[in-house]
Write a protein that binds this ligand. Sequence first.
Ligand code: SF4
Length: 224
Amino acid sequence: MNTAVPSRHRLRIFEIYDSIQGESTLAGMPCTLVRLAGCPLRCSYCDTPQAIPTDSGQWINVEDVVQKVAAFNRPLVLVTGGEPLAQRYTVELLSALHESGCIVQLETAGAYSIENIPACIRRIIDIKTPGSGEVERNCLQNLDLLTEGDEIKFVLTDRSDYEWARDFIHAHRLGEGEVPVLFSPAWGNMNAADLCAWVLEDHLPVRVQMQMHKTIWGAEAEGV
Ligand code: SF4
């Protein structure tokens, strides 16, 4: 337990559970997921709409979250949402989890600046495509703040989304350095085989990823 964090540092937590990381370059690792409540975005493909309301979940102090995560004794913790960066004490939570000895991943919609997120946190930044309905929310300054350990993710809904993302990575020279770019088909919206064929045809410097947890437990399963 991190006793240095004041008990007034609390966050709205939707759920904390034991699973495997289903996405990212660390997919397949045993992982504790901390899902924060509340999100100001409304993506067309959102698979956690139950965590969008800011009054969903419950208030939990940072030190109690760390204690719950420690009880699962996993090497990796993913802080996701909802939108984690919409809450006031997310940096304190991330730092406390890192101090507890876990590898910490943060998954964010990319609508908020990551400038205050310590580089020891592995930041997974979504780039919202037109098909998400939230493309205007992208905080593009984040692209200049990414370092080794971070990742960029595009969730794609159709061929036009793919072409938009392809042109975006070329324009911003993504995928050429130490930050991997992930292309993920929106579950139920897009044929993954088509996406693979397009990536191969265009020789894109990206990784195609599937949501492993949905393949294992089904798209409707919660808490796994
Ligand atoms: S940012 Fe994430 S939680 Fe928020 S609406 Fe989009 S997919 Fe859902």
